[in-house]
Ligand binder design. Structure first.
Ligand code: HEM
Ligand code: HEM
Length: 188
């Protein structure tokens, strides 16, 4: 797919499926503290299940990306623009694995109280329980993975802002890129 100007259908479907799930998870994670108490368990249950789905889809996407070359960069971009867009894309591939993995790790530790470890099952949309990761369960490890989850999720928001700003800048700078990834613009 070296000479083609748009992404393959598989790359496109994976981009939007994972992208929308991530945006929903970012919103759910950020607002969960302010929601009515009664719906928090449902929202966080969905957050965890879709996070696990994102993790497995992202590993597949990374495999797909490494075995299929994307179209070459949009014509006319400056060297630094190409460099920054590659950095953003590879930053995404890294965080698409690290963010959900840190959430799974944190939830596998749960809460460490003087009475012992307390953790809540991770239900995959009511179909089955996702096994806990066999990880060290100490208060310090729980704190570390919570921090990691929060910081990497915020880094992802930073990349998303950069990614959307870059796409809009290229689009209106005379180096359109949206038709390469947006289904209804592909034919134009
Ligand atoms: C969290 C959500 C998102 C993630 C994780 C994400 C991730 C990515 C990644 C990794 C690539 C590079 C594909 C490759 O060449 O390997 C990409 C490309 C692209 N994304 Fe996103 N994306 C997200 C949301 C969006 C949104 C909201 C837009 C709309 C502006 C968008 C527009 C594009 C476009 C136009 C490209 C192609 C860039 C090019 O042709 O060089 N993405 N995205
Ligand atoms: C790409 C996927 C994910 C994204 C973008 C994401 C994002 C976030 C964000 C932004 C927060 C709020 C951080 C804070 O302010 O403390 C959060 C909290 C949380 N996430 Fe995730 N998350 C993802 C996957 C997961 C997974 C897979 C799990 C567990 C299986 C998980 C479990 C949690 C829990 C339990 C909290 C609440 C932490 C607390 O405040 O006590 N997340 N997530």
């Amino acid at each position: 797919m070296t000479d083609q100007q748009t992404y393959s259908n598989t790359a496109l479907r994976l981009h939007w499926l994972i992208g929308l799930l991530i945006i929903a998870n970012l919103v759910g994670g950020l607002v969960h503290d302010d929601l009515p108490k009664a719906i928090v368990p449902t929202v966080m249950g969905l957050h965890k299940a879709s996070g696990i789905l994102i993790l497995f889809l992202s590993v597949f996407r990374l495999y797909w990306r490494l075995t299929h070359r994307p179209p070459s960069s949009a014509a006319g971009l400056k060297g630094w623009e190409i460099g920054l867009s590659h950095l953003t894309h590879w930053g995404f591939y890294l965080l698409m694995v690290v963010v959900p993995l840190s959430g799974w790790w944190m939830s596998s530790i749960g809460k460490i109280t003087p009475e012992g470890q307390q953790r809540w099952p991770i239900s995959f949309f009511g179909l089955f329980d996702v096994p806990f990761l066999p990880v060290e369960a100490t208060e310090a490890a729980g704190g570390f993975w919570h921090e990691t989850h929060e910081i990497t999720a915020f880094a992802m928001i930073g990349l998303l802002v950069l990614h959307i700003a870059g796409a809009i800048k290229h689009q209106f700078d005379g180096h359109p890129v949206l038709h390469r990834m947006v289904p209804w613009l592909r034919a134009s």
